[in-house]
Design a binder for this molecule. Structure first.
Ligand SMILES: *Cc1c(COP(=O)(O)O)cnc(C)c1O
Length: 488
């Protein structure tokens, strides 16, 4: 037995070939399998209760265990009939990229190696795709929009504090300071609240601004709330708007909000985790106009671009401010482009992480493979499919749309005549429908709350999803609904 994890080259190649067979079978055979297979209690137990072996095991045996006990129980998001949450299938090139990235295994904290330049380039491509300024700005890859929100709101907090002469990095939010106020709609993602809590603002610093009929932030109400907070002596500092909410795909009126933020000198953060790239779809571009004006923007390539998880990005208009928010490197030790050894300023000066993985490789490969036109076509196609589903739902007498279809999301429910008007039982019925559809494995959807009502929610993100899959989804839901109706 050798010491350490090394393999001889022949063994490595054998294992990699076996892994390739497994990955190929998994990706290639996805249509033929159930979308999702709930695990049986003993299958869960087998994974949960395993014991770490005292003596090392042969890699082959480990791969076999993976094949038998892990691979068959995927989450389901590789399947063209998976419509749950906002989880896309993996782009095959991204799968290959993750293998190669692990083989190189750099730390992307910083330095003068290829991964750093690739991340700079891939992030610039993201900026260019959505029209975000590329000079003076900064962006970096993070695990996802949750961390992107923490980074973006930390910069917003830094900005507000500096403007008022506080050294927030030294003092935190301790002491007698005016209360910082953050504005979010009730449709805003929970990660915004999490970020506010972590940054010491407290959830009570959040003003929840109501939405209109399309679930978009009411700008007049926002203006009033800011004015009321100023009168009360609080310090409004940031609006966190959404470009594509996770519930219904709603897009807050970004141009009007950007105008207001400019007048009020507030930081504008946009959660575009899912929807930001809708700017590429001709049909939606007007709705996301204004994104080029925001101060910070979260965008998840692991959502609507099929880059394998995790791959999120935070883009900040004022790159120097972002560095001031996080850098612990004294100015005389900082690396600067063209000055001394060490390459570009380190990513670790701009965010939370020190050691950082090579997320850029999969993003760089997938973006190149699709090209700008390919990305736009994919987005347009998914939006068209969602509209098609919305039409099917609208045309069916026993279904109803609960929100206007926006981007690639449709929120709807099954409404049999017998229960029409019975809000409680309709909620209960549709919850059962969702659970049954999920466990049957012919399709997969999840839920959201729309005006307090339980909604089935389908999000189209798969390149192989067809109109026939959507027709099938409606039939599958109807069948599950008829069954559930008999037992409630
Ligand atoms: C997924 C999502 C988030 C959270 O992002 P993670 O990548 O899961 O950290 C935030 N906002 C929206 C709109 C999302 O779709």
């Amino acid at each position: 037995m050798s010491h350490g994890p090394a393999l001889d080259r022949e063994a490595f190649r054998d294992l990699a070939r076996a892994a390739l067979e497994l990955a190929d079978g998994h990706l290639g055979g996805v249509r033929e399998r159930a979308v999702f297979q709930p695990m049986k209690p003993d299958e869960r137990r087998r994974l949960l209760d395993q014991r770490l072996p005292d003596e090392g095991r042969a890699p082959r045996a480990i791969l076999e265990l993976f094949r038998d006990a892990v691979l068959p129980h995927a989450m389901g998001n590789g399947h063209p009939r998976f419509f749950g949450w906002v989880n896309s299938p993996p782009a095959p090139l991204g799968v290959v990229a993750d293998f190669l990235a692990a083989a190189m295994n750099p730390s992307c904290a910083g330095g003068d190696h290829a991964a750093i330049y690739l991340e700079r380039a891939a992030v610039r491509w993201l900026m260019e795709l959505i029209g975000f300024p590329t000079t003076g700005s900064m962006g970096l890859l993070v695990s996802g929009a949750s961390v992107a929100s923490i980074v973006g709101l930390a910069a917003a907090r830094q900005h507000a504090a500096t403007a008022h002469g506080w050294d927030i990095r030294a003092d935190g939010l301790q002491g007698a300071r005016p209360r910082l106020r953050l504005y979010v709609s009730p449709e805003g993602h929970g990660c915004l609240r999490k970020a506010a809590e972590l940054l010491g603002l407290g959830a009570s610093a959040i003003r929840t601004i109501p939405v209109g009929a399309r679930f978009e932030m009411d700008v007049a109400a926002l203006r009033d709330a800011i004015a009321a907070d100023r009168r009360a002596g609080d310090l409004p500092f940031c609006v966190a708007a959404s470009a594509g909410t996770v519930g219904t795909g709603a897009i807050d009126p970004l141009t009007a909000i950007a105008d207001l933020c400019e007048r009020e000198r507030l930081w504008l953060h946009v959660d575009g985790a899912y929807g930001a790239r809708a700017v590429l779809a001709g049909s939606e571009a007007a709705r996301v106009a204004g994104m080029e004006r925001v101060d910070s923007l979260a965008l998840d390539p692991h959502k609507w671009l099929s880059v394998p998880a995790e791959c999120g990005a935070i883009l900040i208009r004022d790159g120097a401010l972002l560095r001031d928010t996080f850098s612990l490197v004294p100015p005389y030790l900082r690396t600067e482009e063209g000055k001394g050894f060490g390459g570009l300023p380190w990513f670790s000066e701009y965010g939370v992480q020190q050691t950082r993985g090579f997320r850029a490789l999969k993003l760089w490969m997938v973006l190149q493979h699709l090209g700008r036109a390919g990305i736009a076509a994919m987005i347009e196609r998914h939006i068209a499919l969602a509209r098609h589903l919305a039409q099917l739902v609208d045309a069916a007498p026993d279904f109803e749309l609960l929100a206007p279809s926006s981007l690639s999301i449709v929120a709807f429910r099954y409404v049999p005549d017998a229960l029409r008007g019975d809000a409680t039982r309709l909620d209960d019925l549709n919850r059962r429908v969702m659970e049954q559809v999920q466990s049957e494995g012919e399709a997969f959807l999840t839920n959201t709350l729309v005006n307090g009502r339980f909604a089935l929610r389908a999000c189209v993100l798969h390149d192989a999803t067809t109109e026939a899959d959507l027709a099938a989804l409606v039939e599958i839901v109807r069948r599950a609904g008829a069954q559930a109706l008999r037992v409630i």
